[in-house]
Design a protein around this ligand. Structure first.
Ligand code: EPU
Length: 308
């Protein structure tokens, strides 16, 4: 081990001690394949699970002090992690998973709550608004950060207020008007981490909302690979086009690199049957981008996040 590596290890051990003293829960060298929906990825040097906005702030301050980079992990649904894993801190929002319903359709939900679960609980209570988002496989924090959407559904109009955290500003309460939502992007990310959100839903007849949700889920099952390991849509839609249709028209359904292949159901999804590595997935993404550039003169931009 060289001097640089020795001092880095010392710094990492000191960071671990500081987390312990602050009572922030964490693990070391934790396999991220368990936490990504595609089921692939090497270990996180630190996997940390803060339980409140204050603990997020404590973690961010310590990571800054010990010069460790921080990445945020929600439900791992839009994410590809290298086989070597990531050094530094992965802030896992799993412990911020509380959901509280109030009179008048108000819902307080933590960033780490599983979005499909939040949709189903709201629908069971006769609250309308989230049902068209059924099947978006993220955490609430992830859905907000990347402004995930499906069909006519987008989360923005349902949000009343978000509590977010940054290392410099600490806990920030952002009313709806202060939050910017764009195509697959928002004010969050880049150091501003969602901790909690308040949503306003509309009370309605539970059976009617459930019927709409079931209809949406049926349609999704027909048009997207559901119940198999994937990272969701791989590429952003180019202006005025569907990346999936583009790949399909080029005959790329079923095209594979190693154990990773383009889904036969929707060509913007990469799926595998267990025998793939992240290197296969990345190789497939590169091969497909090259093919599209050559044949259609379009440069596809990945929608998934890649950690290495
Ligand atoms: N199509 C094909 N072949 C394919 C895939 C699609 O011909 O392999 C056709 C469809 O038949 C349809 C058109 O392309 O006529 C558009 O397809 P779709 O309705 O599936 O929409 P999309 O543009 O491919 C977007 C989002 C999805 C979201 C759906 C439904 C992006 C990159 N994708 O897909 O989001 O679920 O609309 O609203 O914005 C994701 O973000 O991970 C994601 C999957």
């Amino acid at each position: 081990m060289n001097e640089l590596e020795k001092s880095r290890r010392k710094r990492a051990d000191a960071f671990a001690g500081a987390l312990e003293r602050a009572s922030v829960a964490f693990g070391r060298e934790m396999a991220l394949s368990r936490y990504t929906t595609i089921g692939l990825g090497g270990p996180a040097e630190f996997l940390v699970r803060p339980r409140s906005a204050d603990e997020i702030h404590t973690l961010l301050k310590l990571a800054t002090a010990y010069e460790l980079p921080v990445k945020v992990l929600g439900a791992g649904s839009n994410l590809i992690v290298s086989d070597a894993g990531v050094r530094g801190v992965v802030l896992h929002t799993a412990a911020l998973d509380s959901i509280r319903f109030e009179e008048g359709g108000i819902v307080h939900a933590g960033a780490g709550c599983h979005f499909p679960g939040l949709v189903r609980q709201s629908v069971s209570r006769g609250l309308r608004g989230l049902e068209a988002g059924v099947g978006i496989p993220g955490s609430l924090g992830g859905v907000l950060t990347m402004n995930a959407g499906a069909y006519q559904f987008s989360i923005g109009p349902l949000i009343d207020e978000v509590v977010a955290v940054s290392v410099d500003r600490g806990k920030v309460v952002m009313p709806r008007g202060a939050i910017d939502f764009r195509y697959r992007a928002s004010s969050f990310g880049r150091g501003l981490i969602v901790a909690q959100a308040r949503l306003v839903l509309r009370p309605d007849e539970p059976a009617a909302i459930r019927a709409d949700m079931d209809e949406r889920m049926r349609f999704r099952k027909q048009t997207q690979p559901v119940g198999v390991k994937s990272a969701g849509c791989i590429f952003k839609n180019p202006e005025g086009e569907s990346a999936g249709k583009l790949l399909d028209d080029l005959g790329l359904k079923g095209f594979s690199v190693g154990g990773a292949r383009i889904s036969e159901v929707h060509a913007n999804f990469i799926v595998h049957d267990g025998g793939a590595s992240t290197a296969d997935v990345v190789g497939l993404i590169d091969a497909v981008r090259e093919r599209v550039l050559e044949k259609a003169e379009i440069e596809l931009e990945p929608e998934v996040m890649t950690w290495s």
